[in-house]
Design a protein around this ligand. Structure first.
Ligand code: CIR
Length: 252
């Protein structure tokens, strides 16, 4: 069970962050409303929220998931794979230091937290444009020291591993078609997302509730079969910036 989450307020200049989407310009007021609804949902699920201020020099900094990997025993502070985002980690380390021992990924190794999927005591680490092999190896070495296991997964499509694969409880993965046949996931049951709803793979599982993006009816139908409570949240403005539900918080 998670008891805490770190989030960060989006800055007024958040639209200057990195994006590949062509969904139009995001709106600040709508973004803030959607972010507030997200924070309130985590509170409703019983989490204690640590809300950090916006970092104007880093317009993507509210996607806090990329800056750390938090385990029950310690937290690994990442070295994000794009230059613009590297400066986001210091304030995250300060916030996490109150709860966990922190250990840093060292350059030239890179890791984005969005590439790291925790399933119990096992970690899947995506090798992507943001997370390099050396970064995965340093991260894996640290995880081993603390008794965790890890395997790598090649991320050929989507920004991060968790853009396409997420753990949704009871040995089940919510997964896009592209990743469904990966050997690495063979020990898990899978719910495969329809090709037209791939964005909904970024569903967040918190304390036996599934938080899923609004607007993906076929995914909702499939998720209902899990028996877990489901909360739909509109994250249209985050999506315009290539982010989603998992990216917006660090849960621990
Ligand atoms: C970026 O390109 O880094 C941000 N605009 C989006 C990061 C999304 N984070 C995530 O999927 N964990």
């Amino acid at each position: 069970m998670f008891t805490h989450a770190i989030v960060r307020k989006p800055g007024e200049n958040f639209a200057r962050g990195i994006t590949t989407s062509n969904l139009g310009l995001p709106n600040y007021e709508v973004m803030m409303k959607q972010h507030e609804a997200y924070v309130n949902t985590l509170k409703f699920l019983g989490l204690n929220l640590i809300v950090l201020d916006a970092l104007p020099d880093h317009p993507d900094a509210y996607f806090v998931e990329d800056t750390a990997v938090v385990t029950p025993n310690m937290a690994i502070i990442t070295n994000p794979g794009v230059g613009d985002r590297k400066g986001e980690v210091d304030t995250i380390e300060q916030a996490l230091a109150a709860y966990r021992k922190t250990i840093r990924i060292q350059a030239p190794r890179t890791v984005d937290g969005g590439d790291v999927l925790m399933v119990g005591s096992h970690f899947f680490i995506g090798i992507s444009e943001r997370t390099n092999k050396q970064g995965a190896e340093q991260l894996g070495g640290i995880l081993n020291e603390y008794g965790y296991t890890w395997t790598t997964v090649c991320v050929d499509s989507g920004l991060h591993l968790k853009s396409s694969v997420n753990y949704i409880g009871k040995n089940r993965l919510l997964i896009t078609d592209t990743f469904a046949d990966c050997e690495e996931f063979k020990d898990y049951d899978t719910i495969i997302i329809n090709e037209t709803e791939e964005y909904a793979a970024n569903t967040l599982f918190i304390n036996n509730t599934l938080i899923t993006p609004k607007g993906f009816p076929s995914t909702i139908k499939k998720l209902k079969s899990t028996g877990f409570d489901i909360i739909e949240l509109d994250v249209s403005e985050m999506r315009k910036m290539d982010g989603g539900l998992t990216c917006l918080s660090l849960r621990f």
